[in-house]
Design a protein around this ligand. Structure first.
Ligand code: CA
Length: 474
């Protein structure tokens, strides 16, 4: 059914999504576009908080490789993900759209997708991997996917030439007894090739995904490549490799330090192969800290619309192009990765649909005096729109108002003193809620879904029937 808003679609959608501003920033950066197609590496940690690494003030964890990456690169202190939980955050990174735009603001009856879920990222969505792959890039995904485990939803059906990893979270295994999950499979492309049986296997995941990424980089060094390395670390259940467990005080510290080792391995590979001056590496996390990890000075954790849930410890590195030892506090988000990387590669994110992200090249690359194209950014909680940031003001749907410039920790609700600001931001929330509802695209659906691996102790086909109540959403 057509809604009244659809009649005004071009103007309303452009205004609401900020595409007008994308076009403007597009013009500004045209002269900065690299003549050759750069390589891209996105290192995406699971559940790591704003305060967990050295460049963002951690004194608990030793992260010499990330410290060096920040010294040689650009620290993004206002980098946001579009959701504080796994599936919606990843849907946004891949598409450049708010999660509700692509029908993945939550899973089916749960906040994220589960094993054998009949929902996933719709095959008609264009991922950043598809955009780059069509433009001649070799594309590899090594780690946790979590955008659907049925055939049309897997990475190799969504633009990746090669995949090795776990299809969803590492705690979705038989040891999580309340959900009676199947065995936790490791996939190579779309085939189950191994099972994560126990904690010793869990401890190998950082090493294995890192090695796969390195092998892919080496074998594609003569063509442009896009490597997406979504680590299973530091999501629970947690165990790191023995050499990291031995020297750390806690398992969280050991896992952060092994992730830091992984970063060092990737950057060393790029240096040793002579690829560092033509490769942009982005390090960040999918959502705020889970238990045992740190949001630093921020309020809120994984799952929250406070800054700690959405603002991630982010470093960009591209020697010779990104200035060393630089930083910015301008807003840049996971929504921008698809349109910005596409632009840098000499192509574009799809133009036949709304893309919420911006071409945010100048902020990403640390150009002098770069300004964010964002007039507003929207936060989620529990699969619902929960807050908006505009400038330094942040208004929650429950009426709380904070000034992030003077109150980064969101301690002091000043709504009563600024009724005009509340009214302006409340209007942004209402307009976005209406626009995104009217212009949401469908979630992917795969009827009669089966799990990829069996539940232990059950014979035959029954072992592959999902045990969760997974209602159809649309
Ligand atoms: Ca996560």
């Amino acid at each position: 059914m057509l809604s009244p808003l659809n009649k005004y679609f071009p103007i309303v959608a452009l205004l609401a999504s900020g595409l007008l501003f994308s076009c403007l920033s597009d013009e500004v950066i045209a002269e900065n576009t690299s003549p050759t197609r750069p390589n891209f590496v996105v290192i995406f940690i699971d559940d790591m908080g704003y305060g967990d690494i050295g460049p963002f003030g951690s004194s608990q964890n030793s992260t010499p490789n990330l410290d060096r990456m920040a010294r040689e690169g650009h620290k993004l202190t206002s980098f946001y993900v579009a959701s504080p939980v796994c599936t919606p955050s990843r849907a946004s990174l891949m598409t450049g759209c708010y999660p509700q735009r692509v029908g993945l603001e939550r899973g089916s009856g749960h906040i994220v997708l589960f094993p054998g879920d009949h929902h996933g990222l719709h095959p008609d969505e264009i991922t950043i991997a598809e955009t780059l792959n069509k433009h001649g890039y070799a594309t590899g995904c090594f780690g946790k996917w979590h955008l659907g485990d049925q055939p049309p939803f897997l990475p190799t059906a969504q633009g990746f030439d090669r995949y090795f990893g776990i299809p969803y979270s590492n705690d979705m295994w038989p040891h999580l007894r309340r959900f009676q999950c199947p065995l936790l499979p490791l996939l190579e492309n779309d085939k189950v090739v191994d099972i994560v049986e126990d904690m010793d296997d869990q401890a190998t995941l950082c090493r294995r995904f890192t090695q796969q990424a390195i092998d892919f980089i080496k074998s594609h060094k003569d063509e442009p490549f896009f490597v997406y390395l979504p680590h299973a670390f530091v999501h629970g259940p947690r165990l790191a490799s023995p050499k990291f467990m031995q020297k750390a005080q806690t398992v969280e510290e050991a896992q952060v330090e092994e992730v830091d080792w992984s970063v060092g391995q990737i950057l060393d590979t790029l240096r040793n192969e002579g690829l560092d001056h033509n490769t942009l590496v982005l390090f960040t996390s999918d959502n705020g800290p889970a238990g045992g990890l740190s949001a630093g000075p921020l309020r809120g954790r994984k799952g929250s619309a406070y800054e700690g849930g959405h603002r991630e410890p982010t470093v960009a590195w591209w020697p010779g192009t990104i200035p060393a030892n630089s930083s910015t506090d301008e807003i840049i988000t996971a929504l921008d990765i698809h349109p910005t990387f596409a632009k840098l590669a000499g192509t574009a994110a799809p133009a036949d649909r709304i893309i919420d992200g911006h071409i945010n090249t100048n902020v990403l690359l640390g150009k002098p005096d770069a300004k964010t194209p964002y007039k507003q950014f929207f936060y989620q909680q529990g699969g619902k729109l929960a807050a908006v940031r505009s400038g330094n003001w942040k208004l929650f749907t429950n009426g709380e108002l904070y000034n992030l410039q003077t109150d980064l920790g969101e301690k002091s609700n000043v709504a009563a003193e600024h009724p005009a600001v509340v009214a302006r931001l409340d209007d942004l929330l209402s307009k976005f809620a209406a626009e995104v509802t009217d212009n949401a695209r469908p979630v992917g659906l795969y009827p009669n879904a089966k799990t990829l691996a069996p539940r232990p102790g059950i014979e035959g086909r029954d072992a592959y029937i999902p045990t969760l109540k997974l209602p159809l959403r649309k």
